[in-house]
Design a protein around this ligand. Structure first.
Ligand code: FMN
Length: 384
């Protein structure tokens, strides 16, 4: 009964369906995290160790859940974090995700490791777009990506700062996952038992990392693990000065994705960022690092009046969003919640995942007795 998108009522349902639809190495690339996956689990568990306190009799027939982040008004307080390699999860990849985001009026994050070009996305998706820059050693490539985003009028740029080397994603080591996928003895059975995935992969335009293919063979023509990719081509000399220069060159809304400490949150303001995305990359990098939700209040208290604070990762329910907003986040963002849905059913799947969140957030706000998200405050939440 779970093979229908309409029967997917939450992220767990989509995860189950994605697991059935994808060859093992690809499913585990999405689902997996670093080392013992402690941080990955904590990212969600943290939301379950505090409770919401509702008020009643508040007249809640009209709900406005919109918010403004990085200068963009979005219709719901959760947006789609940038994620790599989307055409491996469904042949429509970023086009499907972008269209679903557009339909729900929320922001679409596009990874440097996207499989559709910046220009095609800009031409197809008219709602706010955030480009995520991995700062590569090749400065010409970095400039090229930024220039293309400027030309294509992307609204915001985020540099990801928590992937200075690749995380130790052991599931990928066991399955032999690479980009592009490589058929090995280990993975043969898994691909053979998913013929519709193989058919779609072979009958749609060839897989590529659209922004990188003219600069780097790895990822498009040469199979590489994502961990090795980061370690080999990402600029490990990246520092605050370089981030500031990138921001100046970009000249529009600018975010740092992967900020975890109060000290770094303050430095982000000093270099002129308009937002920080509190994130540990969905537990895929430093296992043992704190969860974004656990770290949120401290960062909001220090910088929340000067910069947009976004809480990223671990979000699986509308109440998780309400809890982050109650602590002072401007919005939330997430990856797996829509990637499972993409794998489960392309654009329709992502639309259903966003629709689930939309109805949960609306219902939860009504049950909390608030009509807009500014009414959610620390008075609404208590830690056990
Ligand atoms: C399959 C996958 C690919 C990802 N690729 C990128 C990426 O290319 N760039 C980036 O900044 N973050 C990437 N992330 C991290 C997400 O942007 C986001 O921080 C993370 O998914 C949040 O955790 P959640 O999946 O629990 O919501 C990726 C995450 C996943 C699951």
């Amino acid at each position: 009964m779970f093979n229908k998108i309409n029967n997917c009522h939450n992220t767990k349902d989509f995860r189950k369906l994605a697991k059935r639809k994808l060859p093992g190495p690809i499913f585990h690339y999405i689902d997996g995290a670093a080392d013992d996956e402690v941080t990955y689990r904590r990212n969600t568990e943290a939301y379950e160790q505090c409770d919401l306190i509702p008020n009643v009799l508040s007249g809640v027939e009209n709900i406005d859940m919109s918010t403004t982040v990085m200068g963009q008004k979005i219709d719901m307080p959760i947006y789609l974090s940038p994620t790599a390699l989307q055409r491996l999860f469904h042949h429509d990849g970023e086009k499907a995700v972008g269209k679903a985001a557009e339909k729900f009026g929320t922001m679409f994050g596009i990874s440097s490791l996207a499989t559709v070009s910046i220009e095609e996305i800009a031409q197809k998706i008219k709602t706010p777009k955030l480009f995520q820059l991995y700062v590569h050693k090749d400065k010409g490539l970095n400039k090229n990506m930024i220039d293309r985003c400027k030309e294509s009028k992307f609204e915001a740029l985020a540099i990801t700062v928590d992937t200075i080397v690749g995380g130790n994603r052991e599931r990928d080591l066991y399955t032999g996952f690479t980009s592009p996928p490589k058929l090995t003895l280990k993975s043969l059975m898994s691909f053979a038992t998913h013929p519709s995935w193989v058919f779609n992969y072979l009958t749609h335009p060839s897989f590529e990392l659209s922004q990188l293919k003219n600069y780097i063979g790895e990822g498009t023509d040469i199979s590489v693990s994502i961990g090795d990719y980061f370690t080999k081509v990402i600029d490990q000399s990246l520092d605050w000065k370089a981030a500031e220069e990138i921001n100046k060159y970009w000249g529009k809304h600018f975010a740092l994705k992967g900020i975890m400490s109060v000290e770094d949150a303050k430095r982000a303001i000093d270099i002129g960022a308009t937002a920080i995305i509190i994130s540990n990359h969905g537990g895929r990098q430093l296992d043992g690092s704190r969860s974004p939700f656990d770290q949120l209040a401290e960062i909001v208290d220090a910088v929340g009046d000067k910069i947009d604070v976004i809480c990223d990762g671990g979000i699986r329910r509308g109440t998780h969003v309400l809890k982050a907003l109650s602590l002072g986040a401007k919005a939330c963002s997430g990856g797996r919640f829509y990637l499972y849905a993409l794998a489960a059913g392309g654009q329709k799947g992502v639309e259903k995942a966003l629709s689930n969140f939309h109805s949960e957030i609306k219902r939860d706000m009504q049950l909390m007795g608030v009509t807009n998200i500014d009414q959610l405050t620390r008075k609404n939440i208590i830690f056990r």
